[in-house]
Design a protein around this ligand. Structure first.
Ligand code: GDP
Length: 527
């Protein structure tokens, strides 16, 4: 097949959600509908007691690398879907954010009894910064949740994104009659799984009423839903495809991942609307066309091996253009070194295989012995390509760090420098005394850092928790070191940029009140 056809089939996305909202369940439904698995309960071991094949690969057992479901590739309805996992719970780290740099769209799963929860909000903000389309799935409709109107309003109030309801629940929980499918202009009845689609779907007439003789038409739940839909259509946001593509408007789907109700309707609309791979910008502000022949890609995540006997790691590469073939030679822009890509993996739902071929939009894992850093660009062809650097994500947790053994300063510095460069953790120095401070978005990052420093660099460190802080960058020209106080510690990041670590929101408000003309940034493009 031609490159163009292959690339245009790709839909590369991440599911963003708070733990327990239903990410795993909806992923599983997707695999079921695509025919990749035959039985629900196989994605995560905890539910069925069995382990999914993808959890149980030999390499993970032998080497202790957990690449569990990092990326799943499945065929869905003629599209090649790549779902990139965003680790959550206790695994939440900068990698979780960086993963969002490698996708073209996001599916935001919200528990409709809870609404927007903290982790969803954080991940949403990263997607919003990128301006990628975000599709919302309001999950758990089989349970009594919050009013749909309320949930839609919350998207606008809390996240600041306009919403457009693609369908509307007719009842919920035990009284879930069905979905009023605004997008497809039909009603999808909540019948059991076995019911054929023809029976499940009911056409609607020009007045928006179900055509035919159905008991539910007498119910107040039904008439309430009709009223809501009418109100939404009169007073709500208009459907605007461009706004969806820019991430300014989110199409909202209601459903239940657990019972599968509404999931197929959602997925069908999603693959229709979600974009195929988009051009990626270089540091020269040029756009690399995904359909160009030359291969380009960037490293967005490096999974280190925690087993001290094996130093190898996997560098995850998002292919941005062209086609990859096993054994091909690429150049690494940062070092100008040639590298042959021999040992490469791609991640399928039911097996991990050596990839032979992959195209723009796909994600491949390269076995790495230390060549790659996060943000690295690889390319083929004559002209070197360097994509824009990945943003540095605002850490929230901080630790003072120092070597336990002062005689081993050298290995401490070396390890620190390499791990920081690799992107495993953020490093800051206090402005005056140059103390080392580590910043992370999740506790796990500190633990991994400490273990790797010991295993790989034989350096034992002492870590002293500083707790939560809010990091805000200040423009060097606005900086007056006298601005620093015990409530806003002045530091420099690893590029030397000045950054304040505020104790809390109160300290931040106080600062912005005192220096109203000073602009603070919460995210910084690296240089
Ligand atoms: P994750 O942490 O986001 O991956 O969430 P899971 O998919 O593991 O789901 C968390 C819990 O919610 C599990 O007990 C699921 O069975 C349950 N769950 C997921 N989707 C639904 C749903 O649509 N309805 C109901 N009632 N429970 C659900």
């Amino acid at each position: 097949m031609k490159l163009k056809d292959e690339v245009n089939k790709r839909r590369t996305f991440a599911i963003i959600s708070h733990p327990d909202a239903g990410k795993t369940t909806i992923t599983e439904q997707l695999l079921l509908f695509s025919g990749a698995i035959r039985q629900a309960g196989t994605v995560k071991g905890k539910k069925s007691g069995k382990f999914a094949k993808s959890d149980w690969m030999e390499i993970e057992q032998k080497r202790g690398i957990s690449v569990t479901s990092s990326v799943m590739q499945v065929d869905y309805d003629g599209h090649q879907i790549n779902i990139v996992d965003t680790p959550g719970h206790e695994d939440f780290s900068e990698d979780t954010y960086r993963t969002l740099m490698a996708v073209d769209a996001a599916v935001m799963v919200i528990d409709s009894s809870k609404g927007i929860e903290p982790q969803t909000k954080k991940l949403f903000q990263v997607c919003a910064m990128r301006g990628i389309p975000i599709f919302t799935f309001m999950n758990k409709l089989d349970r009594d949740g919050r009013e749909p109107m309320d949930l839609i309003g919350e998207l606008e109030d809390v996240l600041g994104i306009d919403a457009y309801a693609m369908n509307w629940p007719i009842g919920m929980g035990k009284n879930l009659i069905g979905l009023y499918d605004i997008y497809n202009q039909r009603i999808e009845r909540n019948l059991n799984d076995e019911t054929a689609n023809e029976e499940r779907m009911v056409a609607i007439d020009d007045n928006g009423e179900a055509i035919g003789d159905f008991d539910f038409k007498a119910s107040t739940i039904y008439s309430q839903a009709l009223e809501d839909v009418e109100l939404m259509q009169e007073a709500g946001n208009p459907f605007d495809e461009e706004a969806i593509m820019n991430g300014q408007l989110t199409p909202v789907f209601f459903g239940s991942a657990l019972t599968g109700f509404g999931v197929e309707t959602f997925l069908d609309a999603f693959v229709d609307y979600a974009p195929s791979p988009s051009p990626v910008e270089t540091i020269e502000d040029e756009k690399v066309d995904p359909l160009q022949e030359e291969l380009t890609g960037f490293v967005f995540k490096i999974q280190a091996n925690m087993d001290p006997k094996h130093r190898d790691r996997i560098a995850f590469v998002r292919i941005c253009s062209g086609a990859f073939e096993e054994g091909m030679e690429v150049k690494l822009t940062r070092t100008d070194k040639k590298i042959r890509l021999n040992n490469t993996t791609q991640f399928m739902a039911d097996a991990r295989e050596n990839v032979k071929e992959a195209v723009a939009g796909d994600i491949i894992g390269l076995y790495d012995t230390g060549n790659f850093q996060i943000g690295d660009t690889i390319y083929t062809g004559k002209n070197a390509v360097q994509f824009k650097p990945l943003p540095q994500f605002t850490p929230e947790l901080f630790m003072k760090v120092s070597p336990k053994n002062v005689m081993k300063q050298k290995s401490f510095h070396k390890g620190m420098e390499q791990l920081v460069q690799e992107g495993a953790i953020q490093l800051y120095r206090t402005w005056h005394t140059e103390d080392y401070i580590l910043g992370a978005v999740g506790q796990l990052q500190f633990e991994v850092f400490q273990a790797r420093l010991l295993n790989e660099y034989n350096s034992e460190v002492t870590m002293e928790p500083m707790g939560r802080k809010m990091a805000r960058w200040i423009k060097p020209e606005d900086l007056d070191p006298k601005m620093s106080s015990s409530r806003n510690l002045l530091c420099k990041d690893r590029f030397g940029h000045p950054v304040f670590l505020f104790e809390n929101q109160f300290a931040l408000n106080w600062f912005t009140g005192k220096y109203p003309d000073v602009e603070l940034e919460s995210l910084l493009e690296t240089e």
